[in-house]
Design a protein around this ligand. Structure first.
Ligand code: CU
Length: 227
């Protein structure tokens, strides 16, 4: 979902499940009534309802910050998250167009309810196909962890070993210049965190983003071919 900072948006959530649901707009500042916390969020006298099967709920907000966010179910979390009720949100500055050639969403999740049996997924895939990036350009990586309760260690590697990247944002907030400095391309991401990095591949080669869970037998590798 790509939104524009400062531009009001209305999103209709239609529940086609056989059980109630609610959707949380993770990291976005919005009125609590729309934020998917059933029985808690409110607007005047209205309390956030669960969205019943066959029903819908219209969410309205104006994203105040550009950055990387996510939406996800906030009801029956284990079952519905395991079934895929989540997705990325990118908020762009006005006038900026999302360019998938250099802007890359890498969303980590669990492909089921059981971290001991179900696979770790990258963009919905346990064996994600290679991405093809151009050398000589600045690429932005938007790392999102929505794997419930999983702490993930992520490293960007080339065939000859570790790479470096420049962190530019965390949870949708730009980093101050003294934090946005080139460093080893490693990051531990807790569930619900987003991290943005910039990388500048100089020459063709085979890269990969390796992600392993801390204390769980989970791993996923995203191949990246630099061309
Ligand atoms: Cu959340």
């Amino acid at each position: 979902m790509i939104l524009e900072r400062g531009r009001p948006v209305a999103i209709t959530v239609v529940n086609q499940l056989s059980e109630p649901t609610a959707v949380h707009w993770h990291g976005i500042e919005l009125e609590s009534y729309y934020d998917g916390v059933v029985g808690w969020g409110r607007r005047g006298r209205k309390i956030t309802p669960a969205i019943q099967p066959g029903h819908s709920f219209r969410v309205k907000f104006t994203p105040p910050r550009a950055g990387t966010f996510m939406y996800h179910t906030h009801l029956h979390d284990k079952v519905q998250l395991g079934a895929g009720l989540y997705g990325p949100i990118v908020v762009q500055e006005p006038g900026v167009t999302f360019d998938p050639a250099t802007d890359h969403i890498l969303l980590l999740s669990l492909g089921g309810e059981d971290a001991l049996k179900d696979p770790l997924l990258m963009n919905g895939n346990s064996k994600p196909p290679a991405l093809h990036w151009r050398a000589g350009k600045t690429h932005r990586i938007r790392l999102i962890n929505i794997s419930p309760a999983n702490v993930l260690a992520c490293s960007l590697l080339s065939a000859s070993g570790a790479l470096q990247w420049r962190p530019v944002a965390k949870d949708g907030a730009d980093l101050p210049p003294n934090r946005a400095v080139l460093q080893d391309a490693k990051q531990v991401a807790f569930a619900g965190e987003t991290y943005d990095f910039e990388v500048q591949p100089q020459a063709p080669g085979s890269w990969r983003l390796e992600v392993v869970a801390v204390n769980l037998p989970l791993k996923v590798v995203q191949p990246i071919e630099i061309q």
